[in-house]
Write a protein that binds this ligand. Sequence first.
Ligand code: A4P
Ligand code: MG
Length: 205
Amino acid sequence: MAKYTRGGYKISIASIYIGYVMVATSYIALGGNIGDRVVNMLWAIAAIGRLPETEVLAVSGFYNTPAVGGPPDQPDYLNAAARIATRLAPPDLLAGLLAIEIGRGRNRRMEQRHGPRPIDLDILLYADQIYQQPHLTIPHPRLHERLFVLLPLNEIAPDAWHPVLGCRIRELLTRSLHRGGRGGRRGYKRGVSKMLGIQEWKSMI
Ligand code: A4P
Ligand code: MG
């Protein structure tokens, strides 16, 4: 597909334009393991929907997942994925997500790497773009390694395309489940479970 570069990121000519501003479909990972995890998740979803020029199109169920990495004995996470439509460029979308994290009490200065946090919002995919800057990498560089990302993402976007690995999310999930080990099938059996289906959490709003 023909592409040109503007402002450091590639724009596909297949992207949709409404007026003069491109609308991109993007996928966001949500995760947190401090406080009331369900409330934090619902709060973050609502806040994403209030970002300028952004609409939440779909959200997966909420998954209870054992922590991967970080300090020992940190609490389980709640993880989910959301599909959004946005006119924000990737750096502006990231800035919006970081502001939401801070609004929910996240304080990076006090955190250990991969340590407990009320809410973490990562950009997984942005249209079919590959974006590499010092503070932002899209697709998210660890998307394909993590069952806690792939399970919810596959629920809402099995056919979404990973532009670096050249395959669909459903294939990445299948590979991850068959790999075994920490993020694979054995990890799944060790405690990843769907805590709330979409209808269940929607009924809580
Ligand atoms: N950054 C670069 N690319 C991106 C992107 N695509 N989306 C930069 C968002 N941010 C991106 O992230 C550090 C910096 O990465 C950001 O300031 C941004 O400039 P952070 O949110 O401060 O820290 P982090 O999330 O701890 O770092 P990292 O390395 O992104 O960690 P991961 O990979 O997100 O893992 N276990 C379970 N079960 N569930 C989880 O959700 N999450 C983590 C964090 C570890 N273990 C987990 C979970
Ligand atoms: Mg993050």
